[in-house]
Write a new protein. Structure first.
Length: 94
């Protein structure tokens, strides 16, 4: 697996293979915890090879500046299925 983009942002959409990000950020400032952030999205774009096929679990962790968890982890099941590679054979006649 190759993670090409992983970002926290105000909004994210996909349109015909284009990833659209609005307002990317990496820090939420607050006076106290727990804090409520009105809306945000996590945008992730990854590519996979045949060695990645099968069932996997993607785990998201939100941590503070010292690496301590600030909320429970989020586990997301991911199934990687790649299309079969077709070879084109050309018939020749003599």
């Amino acid at each position: 697996m190759n993670i090409q983009v992983a970002v926290l942002c105000d909004a994210a959409t996909e349109d015909n293979g284009k990833l659209n990000l609005l307002g990317a950020f990496d820090t939420i400032y607050t006076q106290q915890l727990p804090a409520v952030h009105p809306q945000c999205s996590i945008a992730l774009r990854a590519t996979f090879g045949h060695e990645d096929e099968g069932d996997h679990k993607l785990r998201l962790n939100f941590v503070d500046a010292d690496g301590r968890a600030i909320m429970p982890s989020v586990d997301i099941p991911v199934q990687v299925v790649l299309p079969a590679i077709r070879s084109l054979a050309r018939a020749t006649s003599s």
